[in-house]
Ligand binder design. Structure first.
Ligand code: ZN
Length: 318
């Protein structure tokens, strides 16, 4: 009986164990299949898509084609965003962008103007319309190569036996200006224009002999330091008060002060600016700097040399 019972028990036990094992194997099989699927799909995700694209897969709406398009779109947006993003962070990258040139300038060009007392900067190219010509700079023996004679009709009648020259562009605009003034009933006459290094040297020596060097220095430039050497400067006159401050109150004096900038000319030495320019008020002396620059200069309200200091300058040895 006991043996029977034992047998039966064993039989029953075997059945239970078999059932348990069967269930366990079934469960394991199901779990393994699911995990396998998961692994496969994960593998696809990982190995067929780039990291940037995994986000799109989280978008359940994205069909294969749509997500491709979206991927492209997003990729494009990202590349678009990169530059605009950095532009948006202007404070940091902005200063970053500004700093390198500053460092370059600081390294190569340690803001040479104004130079230390006693030092004079050599202008690299006198052809440059905005070259800064002051008592701290020199043109050396620069001479323009495109000088043309000013037509006699624009020269003061008493001086028409002499020839006066300007660089071509300056001369063309001088003529344009004289014609415009003439249409308004104002006669503009040239009494001085281009002066070479040698002429200026002689002129300054004569003034210095007559007035003393210190005084001559307030109304005449030393050789190499005259704007007239640029070939873009004109002294106007033909009045009874030529080369005096009263010229400002003559008809041509007033017209020039109001209109010269429209033709690219700037008054270099205005009233009350001797402290800045080193020269007395010269309402007759105008320099051609180009129309666009002259308009900007007028708009700035600055003395010409200060305005030019703010423009790019090129010095020899810097
Ligand atoms: Zn002059």
């Amino acid at each position: 009986m006991a043996a029977k019972e034992k047998k039966f028990f064993l039989r029953g036990d075997k059945w239970k164990i078999a059932a348990f094992l069967g269930l366990f194997l079934a469960a394991f099989f199901v779990a393994a299949c699911c995990y396998g699927d998961y692994l496969l799909s994960y593998g696809e995700k990982v190995f067929t898509l780039s990291p940037g694209e995994t986000e799109k897969q989280e978008n359940p709406e994205g069909g294969a084609n749509n997500s491709d398009e979206e991927e492209k779109a997003e990729a494009e947006t990202e590349t678009d965003l990169e530059p605009s993003g950095s532009a948006g962070e202007e404070p940091e990258p902005g200063t970053g962008e500004e700093e390198p040139p500053d460092e370059e300038l600081g390294g190569d060009k340690p803001s040479p103007y104004p130079p230390p007392p006693g030092e004079i900067l050599k202008i690299k190219d006198g052809d440059y319309l905005l070259a800064l010509v002051t008592k701290q700079t020199t043109l050396g023996d620069y001479a323009p190569t495109d000088l043309v004679p000013i037509p006699a009709e624009y020269i003061k009648p008493a001086q028409r036996q002499w020839k006066y020259y300007l660089r071509q562009e300056a001369c063309e605009n001088l003529i344009r200006m004289c014609e415009a003034a003439r249409e308004e009933g104002v006669e503009l006459f040239v009494i001085s224009a281009y002066r070479s290094y040698e002429t200026q040297e002689r002129l300054f020596r004569d003034y210095a002999q007559r007035n003393g060097e210190e005084k001559a220095n307030t109304f005449s430039a030393r050789a190499g330091q005259s704007e007239h050497q640029l070939g873009t400067v004109v002294d106007f006159g033909g009045t009874s008060v030529d080369k005096t401050q009263a010229f400002a109150d003559t008809q041509p004096g007033r017209w020039l002060a109001e209109n010269a900038h429209r033709f690219g000319f700037a008054m270099s030495y205005p009233l009350d600016s001797q402290r800045i320019t080193g020269y007395i008020y010269e309402p007759w002396h105008f320099r051609y700097i180009g129309e666009e620059s002259a308009l900007a200069w007028k708009e700035s309200g600055q003395v010409l040399c200060v305005f030019l200091e703010g423009q790019e300058q090129f010095w020899e040895g810097h």
